[in-house]
Design a protein around this ligand. Structure first.
Ligand SMILES: C[S@@+](CC[C@H](N)C(=O)[O-])C[C@H]1O[C@@H](n2cnc3c(N)ncnc32)[C@H](O)[C@@H]1O
Length: 247
């Protein structure tokens, strides 16, 4: 195929939102545009089945843990984890999404600006739930501290592929020898489907984490629904769950 033809096909890749805009390098403002248009079909309106299934593996049956949820959107998982007594910290660039987490359950919260990480911090006043509204790539260990657990769904696979190592380095910086990091990924063909999500194999996960971590695939399932077949036009969509721990 000539380069010209290939470029034409690549430009025409459909994205998760059902249009042909190039989504391979989405910035926070690109995501916020999607939020404004209510294009949040990625949201799961219940506790995520993989989290529910593997919660004991994530927490090791312990209580009062610190749990980080990167690129949390308006996930139901945040309140579910906080209601179990854990301290939950999330981050998303969407203020709409973060506010919804508090407002849909009438959770009172405060709002302050954290200059260090160029983010607003929304903090529940009746439980241990805090969300940073801002760019994940501005977060630092000295602001966040360390976490016992990390729950990552639709996050590592949503950032541009070129930023995976930078993302991994921030995650690695907030891990300790005890941290249990559950990473939920997808295998998907991005030849004609432009993402996100972006295809993530065990090799990709290991490329980012293997030097410092043990990476173990602990579950998988066929995650194909009508959204994938009818909008994304893909015929396979496999979800894979990894447990990642420092060596
Ligand atoms: C596919 S959604 C997944 C949301 C959530 N994890 C869930 O399972 O519903 C990806 C989320 O990442 C957020 N996001 C993308 N890039 C970001 C960045 N650089 N910093 C913070 N949030 C970001 C988007 O606003 C969006 O809510």
């Amino acid at each position: 195929m000539s380069k010209g033809n290939k470029d034409t096909i690549e430009k025409k890749r459909i994205n998760q939102f059902g249009d042909y805009e190039d989504t391979s390098e989405m910035s926070c403002s690109d995501w916020n545009e999607r939020w404004k248009k209510e294009q949040t079909q990625f949201h799961v309106p219940k506790v995520h089945p993989m989290l529910e299934k593997h919660i004991d593996r994530l927490t090791d049956g312990k209580t009062n843990l610190r749990i980080f949820v990167p690129l949390c959107g308006k996930s139901i998982d945040l309140k579910w984890l906080a209601d179990q007594g854990h301290e939950v910290v999330g981050c998303d660039c969407s203020e709409t999404g973060c506010k919804e987490v508090f407002e849909r359950d009438n959770i009172p919260y405060t709002n302050e600006y954290r200059h260090n990480v160029k983010s607003k911090l929304l903090k529940a006043t009746d439980r241990k739930l805090s969300l940073y509204v801002g760019d994940f790539f501005n977060l630092q260990r000295k602001e966040l501290g360390e976490f016992d657990c990390i729950w990552d769904r639709g996050s590592f696979v949503a950032i541009p592929v070129t930023k995976r190592q930078e993302y991994a380095d921030i995650i690695l910086s907030i891990m300790t020898n005890e941290t249990r990091y559950l990473l939920d990924c997808f295998k998907v063909d991005n030849t004609y489907f432009g993402g996100p999500p972006f295809n993530c194999t065990e090799t990709h996960v290991k490329e980012c984490f293997d030097t410092q971590c043990r990476v173990e695939k602990i579950d998988d399932r066929d995650a194909l629904t009508k959204w994938q077949t009818e909008v994304w036009k893909v015929d396979t969509f496999l979800e894979e769950l990894y447990m990642i721990r420092l060596k």
